[in-house]
Design a protein. Structure first.
Length: 252
């Protein structure tokens, strides 16, 4: 009987552990220079699309094959560490049930070869909460995309646009575009004391069939900064509309 009780207790603990599995939003490595980080990332299979305010935008074939916002990762080279968007965190949110655990091991291994030992950040969510994520009842989820432009001249606007930092044509023909936000908009990171998480920008859009669509900022910011409270987000309540306006203005 004692053995049975012990076995049941062990199974219960294992089940609880599995249910409570959490995934870190970012991978953190030791500090390095932006130039060195770029060089090592390129040497380990990544293409560098842009470098803006110490944020390096990278891509590789595995990421591009998703045909989603996951086609790029943002790497912030800060004074005390390097912070990278964790594909194992963002993929379940972006791939609509198509993600399987360990799917981006190759990309993560390449990141480790380029940037050294990487540990998970304190920002995290339980794995079961990421698919279909929304901050709270009534808040947008990934599928609540916003169309910011729908004209027959969108593709002309994408080329040679000073408000666009990079563009990447994905295997399905959709163009992933990184946008430069105005100082008054991007300043929300300072307001929130989150400049160490500058890797949540640039803000991206998907361009297809003359439509420009973005993730609802209320979804993306909450997903990217899961440690923040509603009170903290209320301090930047005007930012989602400003992000949408900045990106819409880029195509006028």
């Amino acid at each position: 009987m004692k053995k049975i009780i012990t076995t049941v207790a062990t199974l219960a603990l294992l089940t609880t552990s599995t249910m409570a599995e959490s995934v870190s939003t970012y991978l953190i490595g030791n500090a390095t220079s932006a130039n060195e980080a770029q060089s090592k990332l390129k040497a380990n299979g990544f293409d560098v699309l842009a470098t803006t305010n110490n944020v390096i935008t990278i891509t590789n074939p595995e990421l591009q094959a998703t045909n989603t916002y996951l086609a790029t990762l943002q790497v912030y080279v800060g004074g005390s560490d390097v912070r990278v968007q964790n594909p194992a965190y963002f993929a379940p949110a972006y791939l609509d049930g198509a993600y399987s655990k360990g799917q981006f091991k190759s990309t993560i291994d390449s990141l480790k070869k380029a940037l050294g030992e990487l540990k998970g950040s304190s920002e995290k969510l339980e794995a079961s909460d990421i698919p279909g994520y929304h901050f709270m009842m009534g808040m947008p989820c990934f599928s609540d995309a916003i169309s910011v432009n729908d004209t027959d001249k969108v593709y002309e606007k994408v080329a040679g646009n000073e408000n666009i930092l990079y563009r990447l044509t994905l295997p399905n023909g959709v163009i992933l575009v990184g946008h430069k936000l105005s100082p008054s908009t991007s300043g929300f990171l300072t307001t929130l004391h989150q400049t160490n998480n500058s890797q949540i920008l640039p803000y991206e859009a998907l361009v297809s069939s003359n439509q420009v669509k973005i993730m609802n900022p209320k979804f993306y910011l909450a997903l990217s900064l899961p440690q923040l409270t509603m009170g903290q987000f209320m301090k930047i309540s005007d930012i989602p509309d400003k992000i949408e306006a900045d990106i819409a203005n880029a195509y006028k």
